[in-house]
Design a protein. Structure first.
Length: 350
């Protein structure tokens, strides 16, 4: 079964061709990062316009890339078309969803509208099809931080979520405040290697109702306050290329900040283990690209005999292969969505 997946929920226009839910024939991602860099974050209106400009080119490139590796692949080879339905930016979602729905309608193919979060969850199975179940799956990105209990890949049950900022958002916002670039996660990862992760203690959040949720806005405000009270001055992204020019207190702040965000992520997974029988841990989403998170999570859960699975780095940030993979789970069961299905910026995992 050959599925064309389309992803346009935020600032990446992506298309992928996936065979039998497992073989990525091509995966093309056009990043809009350069467009949003001057603003230190994604500007929704600009994102929609970029998607409109890029979507046909990205899909064309996707067919070309797949064809260059073997037999020629065209629209008539497809068995289904899938696109992200939500959550995400409404204007951005509508571009990919409408494009994919129209193509499916014209070709009389089944159309599947995919929850972006189920796409991230599915990205782990693309890499590790035999990852043991039941699992705890942490999706940690710029828009989301949630822990799911997975009995089957397509049946996530949310155990905890962030009450305010997502972990990636907290990284992006501190980086923006310090003027060191966008997106903040990769920049902070690079600079944090040069700092002391134990230099500053940021307390883990506590809720009065004993909730197991995440919260990252408190630590973000503490970090900003720390920078202000210790005279840590905003820099320019160009300084990041010469890290030796950066002061130690800035590097220590970044290392401590990243480390305590990781502490909270590990604690969130740990709490899920108290509630459910678990055979493996899965971590996906843009922040799961972070090597320090990968190292610490793998070491931490090895002591409990639990394997930790991540997607390969190119499948951690937004891509369409994961959307096609999530769609495959439903398409192979003969499911399809109606033509009047619409984008939902606040779509939840049931
Ligand atoms: O999954 P993604 O592309 O988009 C959303 O669904 O939100 O995730 C983007 C997020 C950004 O916040 C970015 O700073 C973060 O992932 N990120 C990282 C790394 N690479 C991307 N965070 C920490 N370390 C990284 N290496
Ligand atoms: Zn995402």
């Amino acid at each position: 079964m050959l599925i064309l997946g389309i992803e346009s929920s935020c600032d990446e226009t992506a298309a992928a061709l996936l065979e039998d839910g497992q073989t990525i024939l091509s995966s093309v991602v056009a990043s809009q990062i350069a467009v949003h860099v001057p603003f230190g974050g994604v500007v929704p209106e600009l994102a929609s316009r970029e998607h409109v400009d890029n979507i046909c080119l990205v899909v064309d490139a996707c067919f070309r890339e797949a064809s260059s590796k073997g037999r020629p692949i065209t629209w008539t080879d497809l068995d289904a078309i899938a696109a992200t339905r939500g959550p995400g930016l409404i204007g951005a979602l509508m571009v990919g969803l409408t494009y994919a729905k129209s193509a499916a309608f014209a070709l009389r193919l089944p159309f599947l509208a995919v929850n972006h979060l189920q796409g991230h969850i599915a990205s782990v199975f693309l890499e590790h099809p035999k990852a043991e179940l039941p699992a705890l799956s942490l999706v940690v990105s710029g828009g989301h931080t949630s822990v799911y209990h997975l009995r089957a890949p397509s049946k996530p049950e949310e155990l905890a979520r962030t009450r305010d900022d997502a972990a990636g958002e907290a990284l992006d916002k501190l980086a923006k405040f310090l003027g060191i670039g966008y997106p903040g996660g990769p920049v902070i990862e690079r600079l944090a290697r040069l700092g002391d992760p134990k230099a500053i203690r940021f307390p883990l959040p506590k809720f009065t109702d004993e909730s197991r949720d995440f919260s990252f806005s408190g630590i973000k405000s503490s970090a900003v306050r720390h920078a202000q009270t210790h005279g840590i001055q905003p820099r320019s992204p160009a300084d990041v290329d010469q890290p030796e020019t950066l002061p130690k207190d800035l590097l220590d702040l970044l290392a401590s900040y990243q480390s305590s965000i990781i502490d909270q992520l590990l604690r969130g997974i740990e709490r899920g283990l108290e509630e459910r029988e678990i055979a493996s841990i899965h971590i996906s989403g843009g922040v799961s690209c972070n090597n320090e998170l990968r190292r610490r999570a793998t070491e931490h859960f090895a002591t409990k005999g639990l394997p930790v699975y991540f997607p390969r780095p190119s499948l951690t940030t937004d891509n369409a292969a994961m959307i096609a993979a999530a769609a495959y789970l439903r398409a192979k069961a003969g499911e399809r969505d109606p033509w009047d299905i619409s984008a939902d910026p606040n779509l939840r995992v049931l």
